[in-house]
Design a protein around this ligand. Structure first.
Ligand SMILES: *[C@@H]1O[C@H](CO)[C@@H](O)[C@H](O)[C@H]1NC(C)=O
Ligand SMILES: *[C@@H]1O[C@H](CO)[C@@H](O)[C@H](O)[C@H]1NC(C)=O
Ligand SMILES: *[C@@H]1O[C@H](CO)[C@@H](O)[C@H](O)[C@H]1NC(C)=O
Ligand SMILES: *[C@@H]1O[C@H](CO)[C@@H](O)[C@H](O)[C@H]1NC(C)=O
Ligand SMILES: *[C@@H]1O[C@H](CO)[C@@H](O)[C@H](O)[C@H]1NC(C)=O
Ligand SMILES: *[C@@H]1O[C@H](CO)[C@@H](O)[C@H](O)[C@H]1NC(C)=O
Ligand SMILES: *[C@@H]1O[C@H](CO)[C@@H](O)[C@H](O)[C@H]1NC(C)=O
Ligand SMILES: *[C@@H]1O[C@H](CO)[C@@H](O)[C@H](O)[C@H]1NC(C)=O
Ligand SMILES: *[C@@H]1O[C@H](CO)[C@@H](O)[C@H](O)[C@H]1NC(C)=O
Ligand SMILES: *[C@@H]1O[C@H](CO)[C@@H](O)[C@H](O)[C@H]1NC(C)=O
Ligand SMILES: *[C@@H]1O[C@H](CO)[C@@H](O)[C@H](O)[C@H]1NC(C)=O
Ligand SMILES: *[C@@H]1O[C@H](CO)[C@@H](O)[C@H](O)[C@H]1NC(C)=O
Length: 685
């Protein structure tokens, strides 16, 4: 599907190099570059269409100039023009006869101008463009009436961009003549009402209404629409017309960042594949349907249509059929809602579901057996819920053969099914961070094969590459914990005091990222980790950088919040040529041993993150920025200071002694004088 944006600008940049070589013998305007049939005259301070370009040019780009008016005769010399772009000028007016002879013009980009000024004359000019297919009127401060007038008679228009204007409501008059319209962008207006606005555009396939003020969409019946984006509105209800027998063509529906309380009432037959519902307040209410506690509670809600003799919409609130047709769904994004459970059979209705994103909801249990997830499930994210247990029987787990990303972090998980990970044949990434879990000791692993387990076990899970165990309160990692794995990412940070022993050594050939921040590890031998690219050993009270690091090919090294006083030159020189990013803040470096800083600074390929916040202490324990060596005084190197002090101290002691003796000798007279002065002062009454 062609999308008409400001791509011409890009095109011009891409071809800029050509201007270095004289490609064309045509007389060129000073500020234009010619590329085949395209004239690029962007950023040229132009106020009128340049003359003297080849007569047969087909595309003319005049973006980022100083046009205020496009004049009557200005395009007369270029009758072959099919695309004209005048974005980001200060264009107020297009004169009546400007397009008199532009019969071939198909694409007109007028984005980011001031067309609100003389829209009446401009609209008369546009009317001559009977063959126009794409029109960009975004960012022009247009109101409802202005837009309606400008669009009159544009019967062949297929792509229209009205984003970033001042439209408040659209109705049947707004797009009346746009019978061929396929794509309409209305984002970032102030639209709060839609009244049959799209009925005259039966071919509309893509509609973007994001960032408006719509309070609800009831009676949705645009059967031909493929993509509907109404994210970032104030929508409380989305209700499709239920009495239509046709299959809706809808494939993508974006309702994220609204105020939905209910799962949207989708068309009863559709091809919906991508449904985005993140950041609403969606819950399921099936448990209220046959509630004995509130026998007379409302079960339906009715939407009155005051305007016309159109049917009122009645919705049975607790009727599960109102979820509509979700049988083609591949992606369901419910991030940041209030879902406590899935209604019975809900997951089962999506036999091709591939991604389910439930991050930040209120799920309490997840029974994979009863939900019956699809065999195509690829990503399951149930992080940041209230799960204390996941249940599944062995047969169920083997059906999840496509599950690749499984995110269980930020729950209160205590129980997982036996052999959870070993049954998932494609599992690649498991995130168990911030749960209270343990890793099975080998004997326990045997037991957990037979019952549900309180400890996790992933021995010999061949496909697993990424394992995140941050903040799991781990105490001991058994030596065999990672046996038989080929992990590339292992995250063990935020497990203070964990005993790692030899467990990670079995990963030494494959591991690329290792997170050991805030684990209180001291000296680990990294010398065998030849594939390691990224290492986090922050927050570990380290006094020295482990020696084994310097032979690795590290690209990223996080050393924040340790107790390093220096990095010996040998290590700095060895690390510098390989490192790309290093984190060093939160250490108390010795100001007089900061050679390493100059080494890293002189290496262009290293990025020292927050470089200006790296600090050191001088002899008098004052803090300085390492990057300003002139702010602290240092002698050649740390050791020679010692000798200066040794020399200085006896001399200082000698003079102090002499001063004290002198002082004591003269003290009585001093004392008397001061007493006299004070007491003889005349006092006032
Ligand atoms: C419409 O214009 C806006 C701003 O000029 C732009 O961000 C958006 O991508 C355009 N829409 C389409 C569909 O090209
Ligand atoms: C442009 O042409 C129209 C029609 O011929 C005429 O009415 C109008 O005055 C012209 N505008 C200018 C600025 O010449
Ligand atoms: C709109 O055009 C003005 C120049 O007329 C420019 O400064 C501004 O950045 C443009 N805005 C966008 C969103 O391109
Ligand atoms: C745009 O043109 C109007 C007159 O039509 C003028 O008042 C305004 O200052 C211009 N704005 C810029 C940014 O040049
Ligand atoms: C524009 O459309 C109106 C009806 O919508 C019609 O009366 C008028 O003749 C059309 N004008 C041109 C120039 O096609
Ligand atoms: C909907 O529009 C918003 C704003 O332009 C955009 O960020 C989002 O990606 C769009 N949604 C889809 C599914 O394309
Ligand atoms: C839909 O089909 C049912 C029965 O198949 C029929 O009674 C009903 O009138 C149809 N509705 C429409 C709008 O065609
Ligand atoms: C429910 O409605 C019935 C009949 O309308 C009435 O008899 C009953 O008292 C109502 N129950 C409650 C709890 O209001
Ligand atoms: C819709 O409901 C209102 C209020 O009950 C009623 O006045 C109106 O006649 C109904 N319209 C239709 C078409 O049923
Ligand atoms: C999970 O669902 C299955 C099938 O419905 C059921 O047999 C099993 O008892 C459930 N497990 C739990 C822990 O609820
Ligand atoms: C597994 O998931 C991926 C990604 O969504 C998909 O491309 C692939 O077709 C799925 N495989 C099966 C067997 O469903
Ligand atoms: C797992 O075991 C615990 C304690 O033995 C029990 O409370 C829990 O219900 C069991 N879960 C399953 C799914 O069997």
């Amino acid at each position: 599907m062609p999308v008409h944006r400001l791509t011409p600008i890009l095109l011009c940049l891409l071809h800029m190099w050509r201007t270095l070589t004289p490609v064309s013998s045509h007389p060129q305007h000073r500020r234009c570059q010619l590329i085949q049939q395209t004239a690029c005259c962007n950023n040229g301070q132009l106020t009128s269409v340049p003359e003297g370009l080849p007569e047969n040019i087909e595309e003319l780009q005049l973006n980022y100039n100083l046009f205020e008016t496009l004049q009557n005769a200005s395009l007369l010399s270029y009758p072959s023009l099919t695309a004209l772009s005048l974005a980001c000028n200060n264009l107020s007016k297009i004169e009546l006869n400007t397009f008199q002879d532009s019969k071939l013009l198909k694409s007109l980009n007028l984005a980011n101008n001031s067309l609100y000024n003389s829209y009446e004359e401009t609209s008369l000019a546009l009317r001559k463009l009977s063959g126009l297919i794409a029109l960009d009127l975004s960012e022009n401060k247009l109101t409802d009436e202005m837009a309606a007038l400008l669009l009159q008679n544009l019967t062949s228009l297929e792509y229209l961009n009205l984003s970033g204007n001042l439209l408040l409501r659209v109705d049947e008059a707004s797009f009346r003549d746009l019978h061929q319209l396929k794509e309409l962008d209305l984002q970032r207006n102030l639209i709060f009402e839609i009244d049959n606005a799209f009925d005259s555009s039966p071919k509309l396939q893509r509609l973007n209404l994001a960032f408006n003020y719509l309070p609800c969409l009831t009676d949705f019946h645009m059967i031909q629409l493929e993509v509907l984006n109404v994210s970032h509105n104030f929508i409380e209800w989305f209700i499709s017309r239920q009495d239509l027998n046709d299959t809706f063509q809808l494939e993508t529906l974006d309702l994220s960042d609204n105020k939905l309380l209910f799962f949207p009432f989708l068309p009863s037959q559709s091809n919906l594949r991508y449904l985005y519902l993140s950041h609403n307040a969606i819950k399921f209410y099936e448990h209220l349907a046959d509630n004995d506690m509130f026998p007379n509670s409302t079960k339906t809600v009715e939407f009155y249509n005051f305007n016309k003799e159109i049917n009122n919409v009645t919705a049975q609130l607790w009727d599960e059929n109102l979820h509509g047709d979700i049988s083609s769904l591949e992606t369901l994004d419910l991030i940041g809602n209030s879902v406590e459970y899935f209604p019975k059979g809900f997951i089962q209705k999506m036999p091709t579901l591939s991604r389910l994103q439930m991050h930040t909801n209120c799920l309490r249990t997840l029974n994979l057996t009863s939900e019956q997830f699809s065999r195509s499930l690829y990503e399951l994210d149930v992080s940041n819920n209230e799960l204390s247990q996941i249940s599944a029987d062995k047969a169920t787990l083997t059906t999840l053969g496509n599950l690749t990303y499984f995110n269980l972090s930020l729950n209160g998980l205590k129980w997982v099914p036996m052999g959870l990970f070993s049954s998932l044949q494609s599992i690649r990434s498991v995130d168990l961070s911030y749960n209270n879990i343990d890793i099975c000791l080998s004997e326990e692993a045997e037991i957990s094969m037979h019952t549900n387990s309180t400890c996790m076990n992933w021995k010999n899970v061949m496909s697993l590459r990424q394992l995140y165990l941050k903040g799991c309160n781990l105490k001991i990692i058994p030596n065999t914990a990672f046996a038989g794995l080929s992990l590339t990412h292992l995250e063990l940070s935020d497990n203070p005091g964990v005993t790692i022993h030899q467990s990670i050594q079995s990963l030494s050939t494959t591991l690329q990222h290792l997170g050991l921040g805030n684990t209180h590890i001291q000296d680990i031998d990294f010398s065998h980790f030849q594939s390691l690219k990224s290492l986090n050993i922050s927050k570990n009270f380290l006094l020295h950088l482990p020696h084994s690091l310097q032979n690795l090919n590290l690209k990223v090294l996080d050393l924040r919040d340790n107790r390093l006083s220096t990095i010996p030159s040998g290590q700095a020189n060895a690390l510098a040529p390989k490192l790309q990013t290093i984190f060093l803040t939160g250490n108390q470096f010795n100001c007089c041993q900061t050679e390493w800083f100059r080494t890293f600074e002189a290496t262009n390929t290293i990025h020292m993150v927050e470089q200006s916040a790296i600090t050191c202490k001088d002899l008098f324990l004052r803090t300085h920025r390492v990057e300003n060596p002139q702010s602290f005084l240092c002698f050649d190197d740390g050791e020679s200071i010692f000798w200066y002090i040794l020399l200085f101290v006896p001399v200082f002691l000698f003079f102090t002694g002499v001063s004290i003796i002198v002082l004591l000798t003269f003290k009585p007279t001093l004392l008397q004088k001061s007493i006299k002065k004070k007491c003889l002062k005349p006092t006032s009454y």
